[in-house]
Every structure is written in structure tokens, then in C-alpha cells.
Design a protein around this ligand. Structure first.
Ligand code: NAD
Ligand code: TYD
Length: 339
């Protein structure tokens, strides 16, 4: 049972947020949850299907002080997932990233301070550390930030505000820095769900550059569990890395998806690289592990389970891929690269 009786989960209709809400509803029936979400292109009420009676849903923007205050009143903890989350989109238009990730986080922090919220967990990313290519270093929480994309820069700025509110006003803040995450309900713009859904339709899998950039892919259930452990056990004012201790290349992701779906390697298409592409992220999650967290999923089992989920939930992703937001991104971003 949690010491937090009512938790505001911002971005709870998105990918990791909805996995988190589902996990809490299953393991802690007494914890009340307010999902606060603007339902941008990435937010989807269907991600919370079956939980309607368990949660209170408020549609609102985290940068809107009045609506935030109404929804946060009566909560004792906040878990902030809400963000613009896709690097490629941040390269096309960074403004929504600054508005939501920086200004929105500020509004949440300031409201939390005024309302006397007991605990504020901010969900951040390993991308704040920047590119580790050419080294065998694993990022430590004490490392300096070297963000290289507008997305990573906005998440770094948000973290600075979070710690400033802890120091200046004594707000009980804690941060998680998760690695690349995959699993059910992920919008099919990130590599794993994009490649799975393309492969199902025999469409090309666009690999940037040589497909040799590595990521530490972590299953959403492990990420969600890590966040909840840090919420309850993390030391105030600290950040905790969450990662699976894996280094998987883009080529390995593509091959894994094709093997699982029994599709040919000829679907792989090498396309021009992402500008400013970070070739290696790797975190040391020892501090989170010392709180009792460990990742449960291997990449092989997690990828197989995720492929099965997308095969069994075609209605969910086909609706998204037919939609305006997916189509316009595909047409502008990929058409340019595949021309
Ligand atoms: P997502 O894009 O799937 O979901 C984001 C959610 O936030 C959506 O439901 C969206 O509607 C909501 N949202 C966006 N702007 C909002 C606003 N202004 N007000 C209220 N709600 C808003 O994102 P995700 O992949 O689930 O990521 C969640 C968090 O985890 C983000 O903070 C992200 O930076 C972080 N993170 C993601 C990954 C990853 O691999 N996906 C890895 C590490 C950290
Ligand atoms: P992505 O899922 O966008 O996450 P992030 O950029 O936040 O790490 O990309 C993961 C890796 O996959 C990254 O090295 C870029 C690469 N990638 C491709 O090769 N093709 C694609 O179509 C996408 C979306 C990503």
C-alpha cells in the first residue's frame, strides 16, 4: 500500500504514463489516480480502456495554471509524464517542446509548491547526458548535462527547474532518467512500434545512417515499476537512472522485429541520418537498483511480447496510422528521406 492516497499523473493517457496507471491500478486498488492529460496527438483515451471506473480523468494542458490547480487540489503526490517526446518532431518544430516540457513543468512545480504537495516525481530521460559514442562510459546521475536535440534540451531545462524548486522552496522533488522504452500502447513513431507496424504491412523499415546507433531498450513495465519505486523510496532532491543495461543497435532492432514477424531482411531500407543523431546512450542504474528495483524483461522476450501485442491490437494502431498526425509526420519526415 502506498503512503500517497491520491496521485496526479500527468500524461497518463500517453505510452509510459498509461502503462504506469495500469500497473498502479492493478497492484494498489486503494490509491486514487487523477490522470491529467491534454490529449495531444500522442495521448489516447483508449490507452486507459477498462480503467474508467478506477481513475478520474481531467483533460487539460500542464501549462494552464487554473486547470492544473483545480486538478491538483486534494492530491498528495504528482508524477509528471506529460511531455512532447519525439526527437524527430523536435527537429521540425521545437516550440511545443519548450511550451510543454519547460513552461508546463514550471506551472506544475509552482502549483505543487502553493498547494503543499508532499512529493513531486518528474519523469526525465537519459538523453540529458548527450552522446556517449567513442567511450565505454555509463552515465552517472552526477554527470553534467550535454543535451544535443531540442527535445533533450527541453527535458534538461525542465530538470533544472525541478531541482531549483527543491532547493529554493523545499519542494519534495525526485527525478527518474529512463532509457529508451518500448511495449504496449507506444505511438508508432518511435523505432520499435514503427518497425513492427511497417513490417506487418510489408512496408520498408527506415534505418537512419548505418543503423549502428545504440540504445538501452527497457520494457515499459520495468520503467513504470522503477518510477513507482523511486516515488516511494527515492531520496529527496536526487535523480535516479533507469535502464536495462543493454546496448542494442538499430540494425539489431530491425532484425529482431523481422525475425519475430517472419518477414524478409529486404524490408530494411537505409535512409539519410537524423541531424545531430546521438549514437550511444548508456546509463548506470545502480542507484535505482539499490532501492530494490531491477529490470525483469530481457530484450528478446520484451520484443517478442511487444510484437504479439501489436499483432493482437491492430485496430488500436491502424486508427492512429490512418490519422492526420501520423500521416503528416510520415509524409514530411520520411518522404524527404526516402525520396
Ligand atoms: P508520449 O508522447 O507517448 O505521451 C505524452 C503524453 O503527454 C500524452 O498523453 C500527451 O497527450 C500528454 N501531453 C503532452 N503535452 C501535454 C500538455 N501540454 N499538457 C498535458 N498533457 C500533455 O510520451 P511517453 O513516451 O509516454 O513519455 C512519457 C515521459 O517519459 C516523457 O516525459 C518522456 O520525456 C519520458 N521518457 C520517455 C522515454 C521513451 O522512450 N518513450 C524514455 C525516457 C523518458
Ligand atoms: P527513437 O525511437 O526515435 O528514440 P530516440 O531518438 O529518442 O532515442 O529512435 C531510437 C533509435 O532508432 C535512434 O538511434 C534513431 C533510430 N531510428 C531509425 O533508425 N529509424 C526510425 O525511423 C526512427 C524513428 C528511429
Amino acid at each position: 500500500m502506498s503512503k500517497y492516497r491520491k496521485v496526479m499523473v500527468t500524461g497518463g493517457a500517453g505510452f509510459i504514463g498509461s502503462n504506469y496507471v495500469r500497473m498502479v491500478c492493478e497492484k494498489d486498488p486503494d490509491r486514487k489516480i487523477v490522470v491529467y492529460d491534454a490529449l495531444t496527438y500522442a495521448g489516447n483515451p483508449e490507452n486507459l480502456t477498462g480503467l474508467e471506473d478506477r481513475i478520474e480523468f481531467v483533460r487539460g494542458d500542464i501549462a494552464d495554471t487554473e486547470t492544473v490547480e483545480q486538478a491538483m487540489a486534494g492530491c498528495d503526490a504528482v508524477v509528471n509524464f506529460a511531455a512532447e517526446s519525439h526527437v524527430d518532431r523536435s527537429l521540425v518544430d521545437g516550440r511545443p517542446f519548450v511550451k510543454t516540457n519547460v513552461e508546463g513543468t514550471y506551472v506544475l512545480l509552482d502549483t505543487a509548491k502553493r498547494l503543499g504537495i508532499s512529493r513531486f516525481l518528474h519523469v526525465s530521460t537519459d538523453e540529458v547526458y548527450g552522446d556517449l559514442v567513442g567511450t565505454d562510459h555509463h552515465s552517472l546521475e552526477s554527470d553534467v548535462f550535454k543535451p544535443r536535440s531540442p527535445y533533450a534540451a527541453s527535458k534538461s531545462a525542465a530538470e533544472h527547474l525541478v531541482f531549483a524548486y527543491g532547493i529554493s522552496f523545499g519542494l519534495n522533488v525526485v527525478v527518474t532518467r529512463g532509457s529508451n522504452t518500448y511495449g504496449p500502447y507506444q505511438f508508432p513513431e518511435k523505432i520499435i512500434p514503427l518497425f513492427i507496424t511497417n513490417a506487418v504491412d510489408d512496408k520498408p523499415l527506415p534505418l537512419y545512417g548505418k543503423g549502428d546507433a545504440v540504445r538501452d531498450y527497457m520494457h515499459a513495465e520495468d520503467h513504470a515499476n522503477g518510477i513507482d519505486i523511486v516515488l516511494h523510496k527515492g531520496e529527496t532532491g536526487l535523480a535516479y537512472n533507469l535502464g536495462a543495461r543493454l546496448e542494442v543497435t538499430g540494425c539489431e532492432v530491425a532484425q529482431g522485429v523481422l525475425n519475430n514477424l517472419d518477414k524478409p531482411e529486404s524490408l530494411i531500407e537505409f535512409v539519410p541520418d537524423r541531424p545531430g543523431h546521438d549514437y550511444r546512450y548508456a546509463v548506470d542504474p545502480a542507484a535505482a537498483e539499490s532501492l530494490g528495483w531491477e529490470r525483469k524483461w530481457t530484450f528478446e522476450d520484451g520484443l517478442a511480447a511487444t510484437c504479439r501485442w501489436y499483432l493482437e491490437n491492430e485496430d488500436w494502431w491502424r486508427k492512429i496510422k490512418r490519422g492526420e498526425h501520423f500521416q503528416s509526420h510520415e509524409e514530411s519526415w520520411y518522404a524527404e528521406r526516402q525520396a
